[in-house]
Design a protein around this ligand. Sequence first.
Ligand code: SAM
Ligand code: NAG
Ligand code: NAG
Ligand code: NAG
Length: 326
Amino acid sequence: MKTEQHNNNKRLLSSLLRTAKPVAYFIFLLLTYALGYLSAPSARSSQPPQQQAPPFASSTPLNAVFSSSDFDSTSNSVIRVTVNSTELDSFRVTTRCADPISPELVRRTLVDRLFNGTSPFSNFPPPHAAPLLRRTKKIKGWGSNGAVFENLIRRVKPHVIVEVGTFLGASAIHMAELTQRLGLSTQILCIDDFRGWAGFIDRFSKIPMVNGDVLLYFQFLMNAVNFNKTGSILPVPFSSGSALIKLCEWGVYADLVEIDAGHDFFSAWSDITRGYQILRPGGIIFGHDYFTAADNRGVRRAVDLFAKVNGLKIKIDGQHWVLHST
Ligand SMILES: C[S@@+](CC[C@H](N)C(=O)[O-])C[C@H]1O[C@@H](n2cnc3c(N)ncnc32)[C@H](O)[C@@H]1O
Ligand SMILES: *[C@@H]1O[C@H](CO)[C@@H](O)[C@H](O)[C@H]1NC(C)=O
Ligand SMILES: *[C@@H]1O[C@H](CO)[C@@H](O)[C@H](O)[C@H]1NC(C)=O
Ligand SMILES: *[C@@H]1O[C@H](CO)[C@@H](O)[C@H](O)[C@H]1NC(C)=O
């Protein structure tokens, strides 16, 4: 054992020596390049300090501060980079949202931008999927009929609702029923990649799959058709990050944003951050599972941090968290 290890060490040492030369050469090349680049007339060093940008709306690049005394090509070649942490805003989101378009234009705009002008409900269902879809009025959801939906819809009287995390449409259809009952002409935009999550077929074996393509999207459309909600519900069948960024760029804002997609901290954090960005002044963002221990309480940690960073007060309604915009 011992001699084996000794031999291993020797082998390691000699291979290290073999690679050391090219590595040193490579580092030398890198340094030459870096020093040449930095000694060139630089806009960065002569720029006045960047103005403090408002949170969530800035496109200021990360501000690494270099000073000429940090580089000494004659003695030891150590590059020190000082990051001025007071100039960093870690919670910044880079896109500045466009001016809002009128709520009446939202559906048309999205059908054009997302679906090349043709509603996803037209000629639905396609022949290959039709025999596989269930025509049922029982839709699996999670807290999808909670009182929070009616409470907030009555309060806000939304023109546009954005739901992040739709699954089979239980909560979206519930909201559509409520807005209809209250005489509102509300558009409900359903952001979901309609893939579920890795391994979800363990629990949802009834949702058919064709060549590994789970038919969640088609079953959601079918449910909207069954409940006669195709005029008020519109799918946005993409990942939440890319969809929310585009809504922001296209000036599509919401009076209500519901967050119920990925429940790990990072997913919840980015959905909440981007969802908040497209909230109209006075709008409300809310979401499910404030109390669940799933994903290491990711949702709760994200909501708490977001509220803290933005000076917002968290309200609780049943299983849901609620944040009012300022
Ligand atoms: C808990 S389910 C939503 C349930 C629904 N709100 C209800 O009450 O019936 C979560 C959904 O989020 C979707 N989802 C998860 N991560 C996503 C992501 N990054 N982008 C888009 N959708 C995502 C999944 O496909 C799944 O349908
Ligand atoms: C860091 O940046 C801030 C804001 O631009 C400035 O007031 C402060 O003097 C800087 N600190 C250092 C050590 O450069
Ligand atoms: C989009 O619509 C235009 C005209 O309506 C058509 O020419 C084009 O082929 C369509 N593109 C796709 C990807 O369907
Ligand atoms: C479906 O909903 C529309 C309003 O969106 C309504 O005018 C129509 O009567 C409804 N049809 C049925 C069969 O309930």
